[in-house]
Design a protein around this ligand. Sequence first.
Ligand SMILES: [Ca+2]
Ligand SMILES: [Ca+2]
Length: 257
Amino acid sequence: MTRVAPIGLLSVLLLIPARAADLPADADKRVKEYEAQREAIRKKADDEAAAALARLVADLTALQEVYEKGGKKDEAKAVADRIVRLGRDADRAANVLVNGSFEEGPEAAAGGFTPVGAESTAIRGWKVTTGSVDHIGTYWKAADGDRSLDLNGNEVGAIAQTFKTIKGQKYRVTFALAANADAGAESMKVKVSAAGKSDEFTFEKKEVSRENMGWVIKAWEFTATDDETTLEFTSLHTDEPFCGPALDDVIVAPIKK
Ligand SMILES: [Ca+2]
Ligand SMILES: [Ca+2]
């Protein structure tokens, strides 16, 4: 027989915290009023910023048209690129993805990248769904932060993330695309899919290096058909198993009406 058990049980009971006392009704009401006020202030500020952005984008779009009509292609493209970037700044705060820039993942390997195989969830928030990808560290310069991906790890790969969505809501997907600078191909393709829809994007590889990857921003949209959606990026570059499309800085945000 032992006497330890009842004493042990008593210790456990003493460790259970007492239920927090309720606030007096008037203090509780004040807290709730503050919380509602805080939400209203935030929403008003968000709405005002969105309206200011919409005015700016309208002006820039008009400027882009002027350049296009005047045959100034480079100027028109610079304005168009800036419009996409401005939209991304607004979307970034509302990004529904976890670790969209791939900054959190396996410890950087000595060679500057780490191959991550199928079924692995080592890159936080993401799952490698086909083949393998490389989680790139110092091997080449990321579009955002210090990490990015080669969608061909040691073979053609794909990676996906599942997140909560509102059924019927339209979402904008933007991402930075480049190509493994070691590749011989002059262009390579990636497939983006979500909610039963997909599209292909091509990166034209001109005079790029590991230091200057020539990242470009691509944009896509889907409408959620469920309260959960899986976004997947699949390499379509089958010619060179070790060198695929490079991916970074993925943002998914609801499109406000
Ligand atoms: Ca990154
Ligand atoms: Ca690779």
